[in-house]
Ligand binder design. Structure first.
Ligand code: ZN
Length: 129
């Protein structure tokens, strides 16, 4: 087993497991699974981009307009609970980059049109522990 070295209060998650939990229909409410999808698919800047209909499939909700509507509702609930940032939607779930970090994945978000260089010096609200 490899050992990670972390600074401060950071730990680690196994992204494939969080992608699996995002699909697990036994986990409710769906807002939690939206959060798991955000964690499981997030890139280096905390954005998890999805193509049309992909998030509904990643959450095992299904295909089509009704599935997208149900997905949008779950995303709204996750935002309401503060599990993802308000700028999130069914095409991209966002975690504050001060709370989530990974060395894998892209360093940009095509959907939001931002790049890691745009985040230099930007502070996201951090919940005091
Ligand atoms: Zn994004």
């Amino acid at each position: 087993m490899s050992r990670f070295k972390f600074a401060g209060n950071f730990g680690a998650i196994h992204q494939p497991e969080y992608r699996r939990m995002a699909r697990d229909e036994n986990i409710n409410p769906r807002a939690f699974r939206v959060h798991f999808a955000a964690l499981g698919y997030a890139n280096q800047i905390g954005h998890a981009e999805f193509g049309p209909g992909e998030l509904a499939q990643a959450l095992s909700i299904g295909y089509g307009r009704q599935a997208d509507k149900a997905t949008d509702k779950a995303v709204a609930a996750a935002k309401q609970m503060g599990l993802i940032l308000p700028e999130s939607g069914i095409r991209c779930l966002i975690l504050p980059h001060t709370l989530f970090q990974t060395g894998k994945g892209t360093t940009y978000c095509k959907f939001h049109g931002i790049d890691i260089r745009d985040l230099a010096g930007v502070r996201s609200p951090v919940v005091p522990l």
